[in-house]
Design a protein. Structure first.
Ligand code: PLP
Length: 497
C-alpha cells in the first residue's frame, strides 16, 4: 500500500508522489499536503531501546517518502544526523526534578528547527534529481529569527540552489541577527527589511503567487521553493524525536514498553505538536499532548472554546518564535477532525481569510480534547519557571521551553494525571541570553553578545559552537531593502547567479 499526497482543500483528490510534494511545498489551491493514508510502521516499541537516531528515522520516514530509494533516503539521513549535531544522541533527554526534557537544540543553530532543516535540503535535492528538474531552485524565506538561520545552515553550498532570507531589520534579537549576517556559503543571501515580519511574510507570499514572475525567472532557469514549516519534508522528520524520546524513557527505566506518556510542546505554527499527533496515530502510546502558548494565546482559546479568532492584539514576548496568530499547520489537524473532508476544510480556511475566525462544533472539540490540552504562560510566569528550575536543579531553560515547562506543571496540578511528562525543549538558553538573565534576577543585563558572556558566567555551561563562532566571525551580509523592492531584489539575485 503506497502512500501518495493530496491537498487538504482539493475535492478532486488529485495525488502526487512524496518527492513531488517536497518540491512543491504548498498546494496551488492554498492547501497543505497530507498523505492519502497512514502507514503501519515496521517498528516494535522495544526496538526503541537500541535503534540509533538515523536508523529509527529511516524506519519512520521510509513509508512517508516511499518514492525515494533505500539508498537515497539513507544517504539523506546520514548527512542530516551526524557530526553537525554536538551529541551522538542527536536529541537527548534530561531528567530534571519531576519532568523529562527532550533537548532539540544540539544542532548548528541551537533551536529545534535544525531537526527538520538539516534534512530538508537533501530531500529537496534528491527530489529534484528524481523528477529530472533541470531548473535551479531559489528558496525564499521570511523569518522572525530562527527559521532563516536554520534554513541557511541547511542550504549553504547546496548545488543548484540559492537561498534568500528576509528578516525584519529591527525585529530580531542581536544574537539572531548576528547568526544570520555571519552566514557562510556562496549561495546564501540575507536581507534586512525596513518593515516587520508580517510585511516580509506577506511579500514573500505575493511573490509565490505571481505567475508572471514565475514565467520570468523560468527564462533564467529558476523555480521558486520554500523552506517553511508546511513542507512535508519538514513536518514528518519531526515525528522521529517523539519515538526517540520514548526509547530514552525506556532506557532510563522511567516507563515500561506500552506505558503511556504525555508531551508538553511550546507551540507557534503548530508544526512540532502536529508531528506528535502523527506519532500517536502511528502507534506511540501518547496520552495527552499539551499545546503550550505564550500571551499570543489564540490556540488556548481555540482548544477551550472551539473558536479560532485571530482578531486580537499581537504581543512581542520573550519567546518570539511563538509570537504568531495564524498557526498554519492547524489546517492539517482540522482536515482530519472533519473526517478528511476537503470541502469543509476549505470553507473554514476561507472564513479565516475573510473574517479572521471560524468555529468548530462542541462534538468535534470534545473529540480533540481526548488528546489535546491547551494553556499558556505569561512572560512573568515564564520567567518564574526559568528561575525555579535553575534554583532547584541548576538547569537553565530558554523562554520557549519554559513556557512548555510551566504549562506541564500547571496541567499536573490541575488534573492529578500521573502519566510521565516530557517537555519538548526547543532552544538553548544561549539563544535568548537577555531574557534568561532577567529571569534569573540579574539587575544589569548587558546587551547583545556581552549578555552571552554574562550568562556563561552565571550558568557555567559550555558555549555551543555556533555561539563561540559569533564572537570573531566577520559580518558577511549587509543588504537591506523596503518590502516594496523585495521582488526586484529576488530578480536581481537570480540574474547574477
Ligand atoms: C519555531 C519554534 C517554536 C514553535 O514551533 P511550531 O512548530 O511553529 O509550533 C517553538 N520554539 C522555538 C525555539 C522555535 O524556534
Amino acid at each position: 500500500m503506497d502512500i501518495l499526497y493530496r491537498s487538504t482543500r482539493d475535492q478532486a483528490q488529485q495525488t502526487m508522489t512524496a518527492s513531488q510534494a517536497v518540491l512543491q511545498g504548498l498546494s496551488p489551491d492554498g492547501g497543505l499536503f497530507v498523505p492519502t493514508q497512514l502507514p503501519e510502521l515496521n517498528l516494535e516499541l522495544s526496538e526503541l531501546l537500541h535503534l540509533s537516531y538515523p536508523k529509527l528515522a529511516y524506519k519512520i520516514l521510509q513509508p512517508f517518502f516511499n518514492d525515494y530509494t533505500k539508498e537515497e533516503l539513507e544517504a539523506c539521513l546520514a548527512k542530516a544526523y551526524g557530526k553537525n549535531f554536538t551529541t551522538p544522541e542527536i536529541t537527548p533527554v534530561e531528567f530534571k526534578r519531576d519532568l523529562a526534557y527532550l533537548e532539540l537544540f544540539h544542532g548548528p543553530t541551537i533551536a529545534f528547527k535544525d531537526l527538520a532543516l538539516q534534512l530538508l535540503p537533501h530531500l529537496l535535492q534528491t527530489a529534484a534529481a528524481k523528477n529530472q528538474t533541470a531548473l535551479q531552485t531559489m528558496i525564499l524565506t521570511a523569518t522572525s529569527g530562527d527559521t532563516g538561520k536554520a534554513a541557511m545552515e541547511g542550504f549553504a553550498d547546496v548545488k543548484d540552489t540559492q537561498i534568500i532570507v528576509f528578516y525584519p531589520k529591527d525585529g530580531v534579537s542581536e544574537i539572531q541577527e548576528r547568526q544570520m549576517r555571519t552566514q557562510k556559503g556562496k549561495n546564501t543571501h540575507v536581507v534586512g527589511i525596513t518593515g516587520n515580519f508580517d510585511d516580509a511574510q506577506t511579500k514573500v507570499k505575493e511573490i509565490f503567487d505571481d505567475q508572471a514572475f514565475a514565467q520570468e525567472i523560468r527564462q533564467e532557469n529558476y523555480q521558486l521553493s520554500s523552506a517553511n514549516s508546511i513542507n512535508i519534508g519538514r513536518l514528518f522528520p519531526q515525528v522521529v524525536y517523539y519515538f526517540y524520546a520514548y526509547g530514552q524513557l525506556l532506557k532510563a527505566k522511567q516507563i515500561k514498553v506500552g506505558d503511556k506518556v504525555n508531551f508538553s510542546v511550546p507551540t507557534g505554527n503548530f508544526g512540532d505538536i502536529l508531528a506528535g499527533w502523527y506519532a500517536k496515530k502511528l502507534g506511540l502510546p501518547i496520552n495527552k499532548l499539551l499545546c503550550a502558548s505564550n500571551e499570543n494565546n489564540v490556540l488556548t482559546e481555540f482548544f477551550r472554546t472551539g473558536t479560532y479568532d485571530r482578531n486580537r492584539d499581537f504581543y512581542v514576548t520573550t519567546s518570539p518564535s511563538m509570537d504568531i496568530l495564524v498557526s498554519s499547520n492547524l489546517e492539517r489537524l482540522l482536515f482530519y477532525t472533519l473526517g478528511e473532508d476537503s470541502k469543509a476544510t476549505a470553507k473554514l480556511m476561507e472564513q479565516l481569510k475573510t473574517t479572521g475566525k471560524y468555529q468548530l462544533s462542541p462534538a468535534l472539540m470534545e473529540q480533540l480534547a481526548q488528546t489535546f490540552y491547551a494553556d499558556f504562560a505569561t512572560q512573568e510566569q515564564t520567567a518564574t519557571e526559568i528561575a525555579q528550575l535553575f534554583d532547584d536543579a541548576k538547569y537553565p531553560l530558554d523562554p520557549h521551553t519554559a513556557v512548555g515547562s510551566f504549562v506541564a506543571h500547571k496541567y499536573q496540578a490541575e488534573t492529578n494525571d500521573q502519566t510521565p511528562m516530557v517537555v519538548v525543549s526547543t532552544a538553548s538558553p544561549y539563544k535568548f541570553p537577555e531574557a534568561v538573565l532577567h529571569a534569573l534576577g540579574e539587575k544589569n543585563v548587558a546587551p547583545g553578545l556581552a549578555a552571552v558572556t554574562q550568562l556563561h558566567e552565571l550558568i557555567k555551561q559550555p558555549y555551543p559552537p555556533t555561539i563561540s563562532a559569533l564572537f570573531d566571525a566577520p559580518l558577511l551580509h549587509d543588504q537591506t531593502c523596503a518590502p516594496a523592492d523585495m521582488k526586484a531584489l529576488v530578480a536581481q539575485i537570480i540574474r547574477e547567479n
